[in-house]
Write a protein that binds this ligand. Structure first.
Ligand SMILES: Nc1ncnc2c1ncn2[C@@H]1O[C@H](COP(=O)(O)OP(=O)(O)OP(=O)(O)O)[C@@H](O)[C@H]1O
Length: 281
């Protein structure tokens, strides 16, 4: 799988974007990549897809530098960008039949099934589809690619409410234990039940790198009118306090509140790593 060690990247010499990021993605994970606007989420996905060259550090897939752009390596990585241009006069099925040639494990029957679930008509021209419909066709393609690594930049952005539910259902059904998915998103509620690992980046650094199971083991996410004395972070909302506190031994685990966790991390109230990748721990 990936080796991402001490990765640094910038577009401009004097404005470093990612500095010394170390990550250990594993097959079987659906990783949520969170960060404020402009923190470098899309850039990290592009680096992982071999579309950008690291300034420093190691970024390898199966032992090979991804930016070498070896076709055998690229055939195992699928990147779904946030924005895309399709030739307007081309039919969906024609375009994707050509694209599928680059992905040896592509499953055409699965693509048709996913497109049908998303109610995308594959005989239509791209130019006659809305942004959301085009995005759904690309998600169907990504899932049917059976690539070992699927990188998605804001996949639920532009999807209607039923399509977001379909997205969750299809991803949960399509992903195998041999595959890794990394999803960058601001729509945390869309993905709360789907992701099982989290990366939060801020100011060029990895601030949180943890499995959801581990976070649920370590912390309590709850609300109460009076805060526990050991609360790490809280937000007053709707006349009560939503808080994060260390989970007392024996207490029933609670589901991670992603918004609260994100805010606590960005405000420097919490930094956590399941894999000891954070330098400040
Ligand atoms: N091709 C480019 N050339 C120069 N700067 C760029 C380029 N692409 C992105 N940037 C800059 O790099 C920074 C990070 O951009 P990136 O798109 O990776 O952030 P992001 O976390 O995905 O943001 P958002 O949440 O708004 O999508 C931004 O300041 C952006 O302006």
């Amino acid at each position: 799988m990936y080796t991402i060690q001490n990765l640094s990247f910038s577009y401009h010499k004097r404005r470093p974007l990612l500095q010394g990021v170390t990550l250990q993605p594993e097959a079987g994970q659906v990783v949520g990549l969170l960060g404020k606007n402009g923190t470098g989420k899309s850039s990290l996905l592009r680096l992982m897809a071999g579309l950008l060259c690291p300034k420093q550090g190691v970024l390898q897939f199966d032992g090979e530098n991804v930016f070498n752009r070896n076709p055998e390596i690229l055939a195992q990585l699928f990147f779904l960008p946030e924005e895309f241009d399709f030739p307007p006069s081309l039919k969906v099925a024609v375009y994707f039949k050509a694209l599928a040639d680059f992905y040896p494990a592509f499953d055409w029957a699965a693509f048709e099934r996913y497109a049908q679930e998303f109610e995308v008509e594959t005989h239509r021209q791209f130019g006659s589809l809305s942004f959301g419909q085009r995005k759904k066709s690309l998600i169907a393609f990504a899932l049917a690619s059976n690539c070992k690594v699927i990188l998605m930049d804001e996949p639920t952005n532009g999807l209607d409410i039923p399509a977001k539910a379909t997205f969750r259902k299809l991803v949960a059904g399509a992903m195998s234990e041999e595959q890794l998915m990394v999803i960058s998103t601001h729509q945390v509620r869309d993905l709360e039940k789907l992701i099982d690992h989290l990366w939060i980046i801020d100011q060029g650094q990895l601030k949180l790198d943890a499995s959801v199971a581990d976070l649920e083991e370590q912390f309590e996410f709850a609300f109460a009118s009076s805060l526990p004395a050991d609360a790490i972070y809280h937000e007053a909302q709707l006349g009560t306090n939503f808080y994060i506190a260390p989970r007392a031994p024996g207490k029933t685990p609670t589901s991670v509140n992603l918004e609260l966790l994100f805010n606590a991390t960005i405000l420097g109230k919490l930094s956590y790593s399941s894999t000891a990748n954070l330098q400040n721990l």
